[in-house]
Structures are given as C-alpha cells and as structure tokens.
Design a protein around this ligand. Structure first.
Ligand SMILES: *[C@@H]1O[C@H](CO)[C@@H](O)[C@H](O)[C@H]1NC(C)=O
Ligand SMILES: *[C@@H]1O[C@H](CO)[C@@H](O)[C@H](O)[C@H]1NC(C)=O
Ligand SMILES: *[C@@H]1O[C@H](CO)[C@@H](O)[C@H](O)[C@H]1NC(C)=O
Ligand SMILES: *[C@@H]1O[C@H](CO)[C@@H](O)[C@H](O)[C@H]1NC(C)=O
Ligand SMILES: *[C@@H]1O[C@H](CO)[C@@H](O)[C@H](O)[C@H]1NC(C)=O
Ligand SMILES: *[C@@H]1O[C@H](CO)[C@@H](O)[C@H](O)[C@H]1NC(C)=O
Length: 510
C-alpha cells in the first residue's frame, strides 16, 4: 500500500516538475522601452474597512484609505462614546462587513494617531449632505491638511442601483450630484490642496453599466478637480490544495485578472488624461466560490504573500500608481489582525511580508522604474509558474525580483525542497556582487515562520522587526556578467546588485 502511494506521489511530482526547466533572464543594463513610469513611494499601501478602523494602527509611510461599503452609509453622532457601532449586529463577530454604522467623535480622533497620508471616503449613498460635510470636516480637522492624500465621495456607486438609488443613473446624474457634494465640501473647508479628489471608486475595472469609467469621464466628472482615479479589485483565487496552482500561484492568471485595469490605464493615457494616477483603491481576494468557501485564516497563508508580490509588481510595471490592500479585522487575507476577532487570532500574517518585499523593491532611491522580464528560454514569452522583474534607478539596472510560484506543500518529512535554477545574463560589467534577500516560508500553505531578508514581524513582539533565527540572506560575487541562482519552489527573492567595491566575499551557494 505505501509502495503504491509513493508511486502515485512520484508521478504527481513528475507531472508538476515538467515545467521546471532552467529560466534565463536577460535584463537590459539600461532602462528599456516599455518600462514603467517612476513608481510612487507609497505604491504598496493599505486600505481599512471603516468598521475596523479603530482597531488598526501601527504602520508608517503608507497611504491609508479609510472607507468601503460600510463607510459610505455611516452616520455621525456627536454624542456617541464608542468610535463605531452598528445597527446591523456586533461590529466584530457579526457579518464581517457590518452595515448601518454610527461613528462617534473618537472614530475621527483615530486620524491623529498616525502621520500617514490618508484617503478618506466621504459618505454619499444616503444623500445626506449635512452628514457628508460633517464627516469631511471632522476628518480634515483630525488628520491635518498636510496628511491628506485625497478625498473620495461615495464608494462603488456603480452598485447603488442594486440598492434602489436610481438617482446616480445615468452618468450625467451621478456627475452632477458628485459635483454638488464636491463643491459643497470645498467651499466649507479651507486649505484643501488642488486637486484633492480621488474619483470613481467603482466596484470593478469595467464598472457596472451605465456607470463605467469611460461613460463617467465622458459625462465630465473631471474638470481639473481630480488627482486620481480609484478602481476596486478583488481576484477570485483558491487558497489551498492543488487548485491554488491554477489561480493564486499562477502568473498567467494573476496577469489576466489585472488586464481590464491595464486597459483602463491605457484608456486614460490615450483619451486626454495621461497625468491622472490610476489607483487600485481597494484590493484583495475572494474564494472562487464565495458562498461555499467563506474567508478564512488560510487566505493569509504564504501562497497569498507570493500572489501579493507578483500582483503588485506586475501592476507596478504597467503604470498603476498605488495599491491599497484592503484590511478588516474579519478579512482572511488581511496583512495583520490587530485584535482577536471571531475566528481570526491577533497576528501579523504572510501578506504583510509581501508588502515589505514590494516596499524594498521600490527602495529609497529616486526614480525607480520596473519592467517585467521574459521567463522562457526563447526569450519571447512568459511562464505560468515563474515571474521576474528588473528594477532601474536613474536609468541603470539595480535589482531583479524573482517569484517562483511553483506550489510547495511542506509535509513534515526531511525531504529536499525542490528548487528552480534562474540564470541572470548580461549583467552590467560594473556589477561585481549581489545581495540576495529571500521571502521565505515553510510552504505555500504555511501560516507561520515566514521571513523576509532574515527579518520577522511577530505579534509576540507587537509587530516590531526582529531577526529570524535563520537569516537566509546571502551575498554572491559576480564575475563574467552572469549569476546563476537557485530559488526554492514557493519563494521570492530580491537580487540587489552591487557595483564596484564593498562586496562581502561570502562565496556561498544559495
Ligand atoms: C507605462 O509607461 C511607459 C513610460 O511612459 C510606457 O512606455 C508604457 O507603454 C506604459 N504602459 C502602460 C500600460 O500604459
Ligand atoms: C440600515 O439602513 C437601511 C437604509 O440605509 C435601512 O433600510 C435598514 O432598515 C437599516 N437597518 C437597520 C438594522 O437599522
Ligand atoms: C443626516 O446625518 C446627520 C448626522 O451627520 C444625522 O443626524 C441625521 O439624522 C441624518 N439625516 C437623515 C435623514 O438620516
Ligand atoms: C532623491 O532626490 C532628492 C531631491 O532631488 C535628493 O535630495 C536625494 O538626495 C535623492 N536621494 C537619493 C537616494 O538619491
Ligand atoms: C513530501 O514532499 C517531498 C518533496 O516534495 C516528496 O518528495 C515526498 O514524497 C513527500 N512525502 C510525503 C509523505 O508526502
Ligand atoms: C514556527 O512558528 C511557530 C508559531 O509561531 C513557533 O511556535 C515555532 O517556534 C516556529 N518554528 C521555528 C523553527 O521558528
């Protein structure tokens, strides 16, 4: 019996590794045509569901968006002591996205806690102008003018029709109502920068007819008042089992999900709005069958971190300006859970590490640009289970990011983890070494023991950075303009190129 089992497993392993030939990468030494625009420093950002906002503090230098469906219909009550209450059951342990929120003054005091760049969603759906103005004013007063990235009016108006708010249909009606609210708030609050608005916030790339990106822009929502367009993006993915290889851990699938957004980026560029930033203002994942598979802690496993890295780097390479990963205390894919909530333990999850990886790709250097690299031997195509990107600073190649999306499930044996060989060719001749920082986890379904660059952020240490017991960062000398490295199945690495001297001569194998 065990013999047959081993045989079956061996077949399975063989089938999966058919694709795993060596991958040649040939990044250009100088910025190639088609590389991205300069990547904004706040690209890898967070968004927080309004009802969860009081529980989420503790990140820096990110753009934080507070809003969502439940924020859109929240009412302000100056006499309420609690930050947030819900007429829809408990704020925690109820429906996950509790509706009918009432916000008290302490909700808005939350904006004082962090010197972040905030995006705040002003309620719209109930067309209560007093309420919208009051919340905008409280937000601005507490956050401070200089901390405001943008203001939004309403959330996913393309879905309002479903809740019988026909007043925003057709697009011309939406646009005139939107302008009414925008000018009302603007005339009431002095000091707001121009432009200040982040517009649209449609539920998906296409919007829902008749409220689509193209139709709203044609109806004239712009008039120089807008700095960015936000659209929402959730990809349907499977978090566990073999099926994750076809969705979560699949470069082709990851690209296909973003394709309609990339079309929008091109649309803006070719229809008179080349300077408008295109933001994925609410981003996350849904199970393929949302009803059969409710969100769970497994949605924050290590595979989810690899999905986040590849999704973000690809979006970056296609001129998307920012991604706000949506957070909520009862969202499975959240990057961290500030408190225990229902089935979710307080934790820093694997997707948080993905955000650190992406922030490191962008780095502190000026003028970061990125381009996707071909991953096939012939150099004219892309593979499903591997992705690679070249990063440029001031026009010169500085880093290479590689994601090995081959699913690996740790099974408790001491067997050797499969690796894939990546060959970096034609490196600039001044490059004499590289530091290889790894985003590692015990396997694609692992929930713990994740590290990036030998660092960990654990709830036991209140999320503060600590050094992992096993720092797997390595330094390599580079001679002959090429570097061959092994990347574990289900691992991402950032190869930081070093020019000239100061190379630690630890000539270790990876
Ligand atoms: C991104 O910007 C670069 C530089 O302007 C351009 O070459 C490229 O075509 C753009 N890509 C998209 C999808 O707009
Ligand atoms: C929530 O608000 C909607 C209107 O926005 C209303 O129809 C519904 O009765 C409210 N539910 C509760 C529990 O207050
Ligand atoms: C409008 O919002 C205010 C709070 O800002 C609230 O006191 C008032 O009841 C709301 N009006 C309606 C009709 O819901
Ligand atoms: C980035 O640009 C700013 C302003 O031009 C400059 O002060 C700073 O030194 C630059 N930083 C790096 C790392 O080159
Ligand atoms: C555990 O995984 C390794 C590596 O994929 C494999 O060789 C081995 O057969 C697996 N063992 C079991 C019991 O699944
Ligand atoms: C893995 O994580 C668990 C849970 O956080 C912890 O108890 C264990 O010590 C970790 N193992 C290693 C090798 O770090």
């Amino acid at each position: 019996m065990s013999c047959i089992l081993a045989f079956v497993l061996a077949i399975a392993a063989t089938c999966l590794s058919v694709e795993a030939q060596d991958v040649s990468l040939s990044p250009r030494a100088e910025l190639p045509p088609g590389a991205s625009e300069i990547v904004p420093k706040g690209f890898a950002s967070f968004g927080i569901q309004a009802s969860s906002f009081p529980y989420y503090f503790g990140n820096d230098k990110k753009v934080l968006r507070v809003g969502g469906t439940n924020g859109d219909q929240a009412i302000y009550d100056p006499s309420q002591e609690a930050a947030v209450t819900s007429a829809d059951g408990p704020v925690i342990g109820g429906k996950g996205i509790p509706m009918n929120l009432t916000l008290g003054p302490s909700f808005f005091e939350g904006f004082k806690q962090l010197p972040a760049q905030w995006v705040f969603g002003i309620p719209f759906i109930d067309f209560n102008k007093t309420n919208s103005r009051k919340q905008a004013e409280l937000f601005v007063r507490n956050a401070g003018i200089s901390q405001i990235q943008a203001l939004e009016i309403g959330n996913e108006p393309d879905l309002y029709k479903a809740v019988a708010h026909d007043a925003v249909v057709p697009p011309s009606a939406y646009v005139s109502k939107w302008h009414d609210y925008a000018s009302n708030i603007r005339s009431d609050i002095s000091g707001l920068r121009t432009p200040i608005w982040q517009a649209l916030c449609l539920a998906r790339a296409e919007g829902h007819d008749p409220l689509t990106l193209a139709k709203i822009l044609q109806a004239g929502v712009l008039n120089n008042a807008i700095k960015s367009i936000s659209m929402h993006y959730y990809q349907k993915t499977t978090s566990t089992g073999f099926e994750m290889q076809h969705t979560l851990l699949n470069h082709k699938y990851i690209k296909s999900g973003l394709a309609p957004h990339i079309d929008n980026v091109r649309y803006l560029r070719h229809n008179g709005h080349p300077d408008l930033e295109y933001v994925l203002g609410e981003t996350g994942r849904y199970p393929v069958d949302r009803n059969a598979q409710p969100s769970s802690m497994a949605d924050a496993n290590f595979g989810s971190a690899l999905w986040t890295v590849d999704m973000m780097l690809y979006a970056m390479s296609q001129n998307i300006s920012r991604i706000n990963m949506q957070q909520g205390v009862e969202m499975g894919f959240a990057a961290w859970h500030p408190i225990k909530a229902g089935k979710y333990a307080a934790s820093v999850t694997a997707p948080f590490y993905a955000q650190v990886f992406v922030a490191d790709v962008i780095g502190k250097e000026n003028n970061t640009r990125i381009v996707e690299l071909k991953t096939t031997e012939e150099g004219n195509g892309f593979q499903e289970f591997a992705a690679a990107y070249a990063i440029y600073n001031s026009g010169g190649l500085s880093k290479i990011a590689i994601v090995n999306l081959q699913r690996y499930v740790a099974n408790g044996t001491d067997s050797v983890r499969p690796q894939r060989t990546f060959k970096l060719n034609k490196l600039p001749s001044l490059v004499q070494g590289a530091t290889i920082k790894k985003l590692s986890g015990p396997g694609s379904e692992a929930l713990n023991n994740v590290s990036y660059g030998g660092k960990q952020w654990l709830v036991e240490n209140h999320g503060k950075e600590t050094t992992a017991s096993d720092d797997d960062t390595v330094h390599r000398d580079i001679t002959g303009n090429s570097l061959t490295l092994q990347v574990d199945d289900s691992q991402a690495v950032l190869v930081v190129l070093e020019r000239g001297k100061n190379i630690q001569a630890a000539n270790q194998e990876l």
